[in-house]
Design a protein around this ligand. Structure first.
Ligand code: 5GP
Length: 142
């Protein structure tokens, strides 16, 4: 049986503003912020405010607003980082590689010939996250 949603997971704390994040986008239903261990420059996480562990227990009404923002952010990171493409990833339960148990979608700018860095590899410098967040916010027009 799948575990219950934990209201103290790290993204729930970020959504409540209890711990800081480099936010690039927010609306009534969705928040986007920089991944602190990016798999490439500009790696952004798109997170619905509605609580669910992952895609498997989410209310289907979550997906429309969530993927509308995934597309907005994908276009913005491509423009902001001058990327050649964008990888969108989403993990469900430990066997898949999920490490934070609040539904989220990874949006990662990609560059021809450059592989992704490891998932949850190294922490990025805060000043790099701040700089990339600024570029993405500008591309989003926010
Ligand atoms: P998952 O493995 O659950 O698909 O992805 C969780 C992601 O959250 C990872 O890519 C990891 O680098 C990122 N992450 C973990 N802790 C934090 C944090 O405190 N703040 C932010 N912004 N990202 C985090």
């Amino acid at each position: 049986m799948t575990a219950a949603y934990d209201t103290d997971n790290i993204f729930a704390k970020i959504l409540r503003g209890e711990i800081p994040s480099h936010r690039v986008y927010e609306d009534d239903a969705v928040v986007a912020f920089m991944d602190v261990m990016p798999q490439g420059p500009g790696h952004t996480l798109v997170v619905p405010k509605a609580p669910s562990r992952n895609l498997l227990d989410a209310n289907p009404s979550t997906f429309g607003p969530l993927f509308t923002v995934v597309q907005k952010v994908a276009l913005a990171v491509k423009k902001a980082l001058n990327a050649d493409g964008v990888t969108v990833l989403q993990f469900n339960e430990p066997a898949s590689g999920q490490t934070v148990y609040h539904l989220h979608v990874h949006v990662i700018p990609r560059f021809d010939g450059i592989p992704l860095k490891p998932h949850t590899g190294a922490m990025e410098k805060p000043e790099v996250l701040t700089e990339n967040a600024g570029k993405i916010r500008a591309a989003l027009g926010s």
